[in-house]
Design a protein around this ligand. Structure first.
Ligand code: TRP
Ligand code: SF4
Length: 418
């Protein structure tokens, strides 16, 4: 039986966010926000809500120390508004000092969705032009073209067996080997910045459906470590997992007051951060990767205009970046609202913005000014505005946004060579 109720490849939406977080040990992001020098609107508005180990990332932002951001897109169709949130999270973190990496998961699209390499390339380039249009600066690659990544995936594959894959993803004897390969490629993606560069905290912003990959990768990152460093009562314990003796000796040498025992060293009079840094350095010299366990954030999904998930498999649910104006207007005008059955009821009871796909579209992307958004919320709840008018205003915003964005994408497309 799969231990997980999250399946990265299903199109069923609306997981109960809080319940899922509690079940899988994802923490809320709110308590950490005060660590950030500036809180972006998507965290303020509760769109990016969950995290694992975001504290080291927030501190790296505040202290201007190095960290990476890596995330990816599966090029299984044209990019659409449902992808925009993640792209903004990427760009914001890079502006906050992250070294950014974006992977185009063409191996996954080929293995799991059956797309041709040609289609993967075409869609992948579209994703990249969206990112550049938003101002992304950083590294990008297609999985299938990155040999170092594929070697890393192979090494990582020595740390997983089929019963684990079965437990995490519900894989069965019928699952294609390439599907498993795409999973381990994603693991390698997440560790890749620390292999191409020096080890450093790495943030992986994702939607909650990707959490199984995060859990798997965090486990594998730890399995790669030679040592476990732990703060104990009054001292730091450094335990060897599979470190060569020479590495243990080097640690003893680096800390004069250290006591060396069989397979572990106890260090007094040094801080945990200093010991951890030194241990990583020695691990690297001895041929290890010394990975930081990757951190993650989780955003809720922009609902599709038809209610459920905004998904390429339901054309009416989404607005792509290539949609002609008339189609955009038509889709917005037929979007599912939180309005009442009759105009009279709407005036009397007001609408329900939090159940309205168009309100959420405004909250996610179309209304950046908090006061303006609050005013829409108020007018909706008090019944002062009708859905018809509100939808027309939303359509105008979307059309204006797309016009500007499309121009930027066209400029960006010229930068992309694949
Ligand atoms: N599986 C992700 C998706 O379906 C794409 C992806 C590939 C990814 N590699 C990644 C996401 C690494 C985050 C980190 O969209
Ligand atoms: Fe949605 Fe606007 Fe109608 Fe309120 S008034 S339910 S926000 S469309």
């Amino acid at each position: 039986m799969p231990e997980s109720s999250i399946n990265p490849w299903s199109s069923t939406p609306s997981l109960d966010v809080e319940k899922t977080f509690a079940e899988f040990g994802i923490d809320p992001i709110a308590p950490i926000l005060s660590e950030l020098p500036e809180i972006p609107y998507f965290m303020r508005r509760g769109i990016v809500v969950g995290q694992r180990d975001y504290l080291p990332i927030a501190r790296a932002i505040r202290n201007r120390t190095p960290f990476y951001l890596l995330t990816g897109f599966m090029p299984s169709g044209h990019p659409h508004l449902g992808h925009l949130m993640l792209m903004k999270e990427i760009v914001w973190h890079v502006q906050q000092g992250a070294t950014g990496y974006v992977t185009i998961a063409d191996r996954e699209a080929y293995a799991v969705r059956g797309l041709s390499w040609e289609k993967c390339r075409e869609y992948g380039k579209e994703y990249l032009s969206c990112l550049y249009a938003l101002g992304f600066e950083g590294k990008t690659y297609f999985q299938s073209k990155n040999n170092r990544l594929k070697d890393l995936a192979f090494e990582a594959a020595t740390k997983v067996n089929f019963s684990e894959l079965n437990a995490i993803y519900g894989f069965s004897p019928e699952t294609a080997l390439a599907h498993a390969d795409s999973v381990i490629t994603q693991v390698a993606d997440i560790l890749y910045p620390q292999v191409e560069g020096e080890p450093a905290p790495t943030l992986v912003p994702v939607g909650i459906d990707q959490d199984p990959h995060i859990r798997l990768t965090r486990g594998i990152a730890n399995k790669f470590r030679m040592f476990i460093v732990e703060e104990r009562d009054g001292y730091i314990s450094v335990r060897s997992k599979n470190a060569p003796d020479s590495a243990l000796d080097a640690i003893k040498k680096a800390f004069p007051y250290a006591k060396k025992y069989e397979g572990h060293i106890d260090i007094r009079g040094a801080g945990c951060d200093d010991v951890s840094a030194k241990v990583r350095e020695i691990e690297r010299v001895c041929g290890g990767y010394a990975f930081y366990t990757p951190s993650s954030t989780y955003h809720i999904f922009l609902p599709g205009l038809t209610g459920g998930k905004m998904s390429s498999s339901i054309p009416e649910s989404l607005i792509s970046f290539f949609e002609p104006e008339a189609v955009v207007r038509k889709k917005v005008m037929s979007g599912l609202t939180g309005g009442r059955m009759t105009l009279e009821e709407q005036r009397r009871l007001g609408g329900e913005p939090n159940k309205c796909t168009l309100y959420l579209l405004n909250m996610f992307h179309m209304v950046t000014d908090d006061a303006e958004l609050a005013e829409i919320h108020r007018k909706c709840c008090s019944g002062e505005i009708t859905c018809g008018q509100c939808k027309r205003e939303t359509a105008d915003r979307v059309v204006a946004f797309l016009k500007d964005f499309k121009e930027k994408m066209d400029v960006a497309a010229e930068r992309i060579e694949v």
